[in-house]
Design a protein around this ligand. Sequence first.
Ligand SMILES: [Zn+2]
Length: 635
Amino acid sequence: MKSLTQIVMVLNGLHTIAAFSSIGRRVFSQKVSSISTKNAAFLSQATNLLTQTNPIAYTKDWSPSSHRTFGLSTSLGMGAEKTDKLTSWTFDEPCDIMGMNSMPTTTLSFSDESKLEDDTDLIILGVFAPPESDDKDDDSTSEKDEKDKTVEPMLVGRVKELDEDFSGAITELMMDNYEAFKNGAKAGSLTPTLRSIIPGSKTKRFTVLGLGEEGKDIDDGYFAKLGREIALRCDAEKKISKCTIVLPSGITLQDKSLFDVSTEFYSTLYSDNRYRNGDKVEKKVEDLLSVTIIADGGVEDLSAANDALASGKLMAEGVSLSKDIVNAPHNILNSESMANLARQIAADSDGTMTCKVLGKEECEARGMGAFLGVARGSETDPRFIHLTYTPKSGKASKKIGIVGKGLLFDTGGYNIKVAGMELMKFDCGGSAAVFGAAKAIGALAPDNIEAHFFVAACENMINEKAMVPSDILTASNGKTIEIINTDAEGRLTLADALVYADEEVGCDSIIELSTLTGACMVSLGLNICGVWTADDELAAELAQVSKVTGEKSWRMPLEEEYNDQLKSKIADISNCGTRYGGAITAALFLQNFVSEKVPFAHIDIAGPVWDDKLGATGFGAKMVTEWICMKGKKE
Ligand SMILES: [Zn+2]
């Protein structure tokens, strides 16, 4: 990734220090745990896959005892303590397995029980706001405010009955918090928790959840918002094991709504405990066993509702994996551990996925000079990863490709970054989205679609073999590329990945996700990704996917004239334009590596992949998953 600072800063003496500290980093802080039984099972599966798919690239004795990891190789569950004594991987060899966080064990389900269970610890009551009156046109603002204050909450069904049992305590709770809660007018708003005792029942905590005005306020992010707020409240309330959500009959609970509630519920509860000990472990909802949703009037098809909640959780597992990948530092996650992760995704896919890993010789044989040029400076060899999903039915009307940028660390190379390098572990955000989606797709098993996932995994580091500015690399389609700036390396790895997806695999359409440019962050900020495609139909599909998943995107121009910036004096093309329109020239560069007839979209996710407070966001996993499912349904 070419950072902003890199664009404007000139090289200075600091680089040498930064380069040495980068090399020295590996030497320090090495702790490794022993192998969990789960990993041992995976490893034996992985060994099989390894022998089948790539006997050349791996000659190492592949057994748990030769397996090198850092921190927790066991997934640290909610509330689990790390007890394994930490052993170590060797000084000379890098880590080759990335541990993963486990999902919360809380079950989220829909029930058609007609009465509330007595042993619930927390009840969350969904309420619609009273409808706004229509004759407000002549009211001044202050008069309107005055009027609002006199509006009583509108309770129906079970919530109303409960309020009556409590002599109006629920109404009182809402009125006491009117300023912030406005009778539930804002979807996802919550009142403080009321503690009360119902005679003969253990339930003692109640919260009211705003659902907005009935029939209004329901946009694509509505149910995700509810899922997030429910998760946050469950986490904030300590020592609860059972929670029940009561919804009024007016709420439209389609399968997609429940899928969204579930995905966001579980995603909100993510915390990365892989590298923490003791009281540093951040335990979320550690006592919470179950969350049960009930709705006045129930749902049409109870088992479909529960399937939708279960599918939402599978999506959340994909998002969680994306976060794990982006959060993992380079001394845990390098090209080798990334390849092993892909093997694990295939092993977990119930036979729907295969994993092929090309080592450096196989990449050489294909002439992947652009990818290999970037990879030369690293301790670990490059790994070209190709996961294939085939539906159980074996039938697929389309064959699509998804490419993710997999720079496991980007120092900038000899054009070394002089600021913000610690964030460059997130330069694998594209591959994180792709593998997160692959995990979800393996579990959700959509029909009628063959999906190929590609990651050219490597690091952009410095050693005596690393590329230098002015080098000329030759990509696998024969195009020669003059290196103007070694920090514009992501597009080089993508070039060979795109040629492979297009020419070797023959994908009908291809999307590619990458944390490619600081320039895209300047254009669209931190919440929106940029989409470049010459194909209007693909653009429409991606806009739809973005709307449905809530992962925001914006179509950007492929301004042909800017190709002038990529002219090289000595080669077919240069790898970098000027600082103006840098996100566009990066997109134009990539067009050189996909045939014109193949619909192709480049998606720059450099902004939304990282949040300074939360770390990895998992951005892109839902988008890719949704696109694959959508393509399967489309005739
Ligand atoms: Zn870079």
